[in-house]
Design a protein around this ligand. Structure first.
Ligand SMILES: C[S@@+](CC[C@H](N)C(=O)[O-])C[C@H]1O[C@@H](n2cnc3c(N)ncnc32)[C@H](O)[C@@H]1O
Length: 212
């Protein structure tokens, strides 16, 4: 199975107007589709630095002397680039969100298709997981997350329900989460609502807006 099939690959890289001897950064390496396209357009003196916080992405590392893959959150990019002597760069590419690989590996907990432990961490070493958000966040915080990142008008009710369910026993798995919120998942729109709930929790777990 492909790790990730990048969308608008050529168009996005065209936007960088690559100079053959330039220094570029791909802050969301994933399967490396964008990085490979950048390398094709760089000359022998060009450089590409790529970041991905998911250690699974390391399996896609590109064997090329012009390329460096850094297994870190791009929020620390400045520090790492300085370390590599690349304080000045000519362009940065970001393809934000989750990779197909992250969606397709059931135990990562990103997909509504599988039953898995509540996880959703892009960096498997992070402390904050979906379990923590769903089971330990105060009701107001849970409601804020669902409203802001999932655009769910029913956020206060969803948060109240989760807090009430978890009093009896923790919401451990994606199936538990679905069961807990079943009465808010109308037939036919079940998947859409669940996807919004997952999106909200995932954005919070990975602090996706804070790092930008
Ligand atoms: C949509 S995929 C990128 C796919 C990539 N452009 C390709 O061609 O395969 C997003 C990737 O960025 C990574 N990512 C997201 N936020 C990150 C962050 N703050 N720091 C480092 N990596 C991040 C994810 O782990 C994921 O692998």
């Amino acid at each position: 199975m492909d790790y990730h099939n990048p969308v608008l690959l050529k168009e996005t890289v065209d936007g960088l107007a690559i100079k053959p001897d330039g220094v570029y950064v791909d802050v969301t390496f994933g399967g490396g589709g964008h990085s490979r396209e950048i390398l094709k357009r760089l000359g022998a003196d060009g450089k590409l630095f790529a970041f991905d916080q998911d250690k699974d992405a390391l399996e896609n590392a590109i064997d090329d002397p012009r390329f460096t893959l850094i297994n870190e959150n791009f929020r620390f990019a400045k520090r790492f680039l300085r370390f590599y002597g690349a304080a000045q760069v000519d362009g940065i590419l970001g393809d934000f969100g989750v990779s197909s690989h992250q969606f397709d590996v059931a135990e990562r907990g990103f997909s509504t298709r599988f039953d898995a432990k509540l996880d959703m961490r892009m960096n498997q070493g992070d402390k904050l997981s979906a379990y923590h958000v769903v089971n330990e966040y105060a009701e107001e915080d849970l409601s804020r997350v669902l409203l802001q990142y999932g655009e769910l008008r029913s956020a206060p009710k969803l948060a109240r329900t989760l807090v009430s369910v978890r009093k009896d026993q923790p919401v451990e798995t994606t199936e538990d989460l679905k069961q807990a919120l079943q009465s808010y998942l109308p037939k036919g729109r079940e998947h859409k609502l669940l996807a919004q709930i997952y999106q909200a929790i995932r954005i919070e777990v990975n602090q996706e807006l804070e790092v930008l």
